[in-house]
Design a protein around this ligand. Sequence first.
Ligand code: NAP
Length: 284
Amino acid sequence: MSQLIDGKRISQQIKDELREEVERLKEKGRNACLAVVQVGADPASTVYVRNKKKACEYIGIRSKSYELPEETTEQELVGLVENLNKDAQVNGVLVQLPLPDHIDEDKIIRTISPDKDVDGFHPVSVGRLWIGEKGFLSCTPAGIIQLLKRSGVEIEGRECVIVGRSNIVGKPMAALLLRENATVTVAHSRTKDLKKVTKRADILVVAIGKKRFITSEYIKDGAVVIDVGMHRDEDGHLCGDVDFADVEPHTSAITPVPGGVGPMTIAMLMNNCVETIRTQEERP
Ligand code: NAP
């Protein structure tokens, strides 16, 4: 029988560990504060921002909200981020993406100080990840590593295939699996004979952004399957990039959607916030 990798339970476990750590750090006079910036009122972004603030409250770190109107100019946003970079009371700066079309996202990501880059998207954070230096890790891939480790899935020496090469999931996922000594292949839309490639995988991570795209034909018997995708189907139910009902019987372990990768992203964001107040000695 396949093991269901329970992201809800594991993310709760991580948040509880962080809550205890934050309490200990507070006793030493170290307090974290996260600045959360949202431009416009995109409903999905509003839900994400609300959940991030709720998670901050749960683990005991302060959050400061900046809700800016849709018409905010790029210059105004750059100005706010620069002020937050300088603000000694603020340890982490998060600008909720996507931004309105008239604002260059890359420019904003580059404006956030690498020392406060809790999303891990700044080129300095990305570079540190690839050369194996300590730094903020991109939250979704870092969450996947925790899901695997805390579910007893061995990574070292295993054949890992990632489908998708985005900057926020596929690429950092490859770096993190490599760091764990896996053999890593990254597939994408130009990959020839995708099924042949995915069938090599002991661990398959799917981040394509296409509803129920991966069926049992893509799976090696006994593989571990991690589904990053998040969609609503025709009936309004949440589903992933993997056709769960078809694939699950062929796996040794699999993440559900919802309740798999999703909850881990916020837990790892919280870990990055706590990272801002850990000293060198306290880092895990
Ligand atoms: P993205 O930026 O759209 O990237 C999709 C990737 O999939 C691209 O690299 C693309 O290849 C590849 N691809 C598309 N069609 C393909 C095909 N037919 N065969 C092979 N590869 C194909 O997506 P993303 O931001 O990584 O997100 C992927 C999914 O994860 C989305 O459903 C998103 O909502 C979800 N997501 C969830 C979380 C979470 O916390 N749970 C976080 C982030 C994202 P090319 O590069 O060649 O175009």
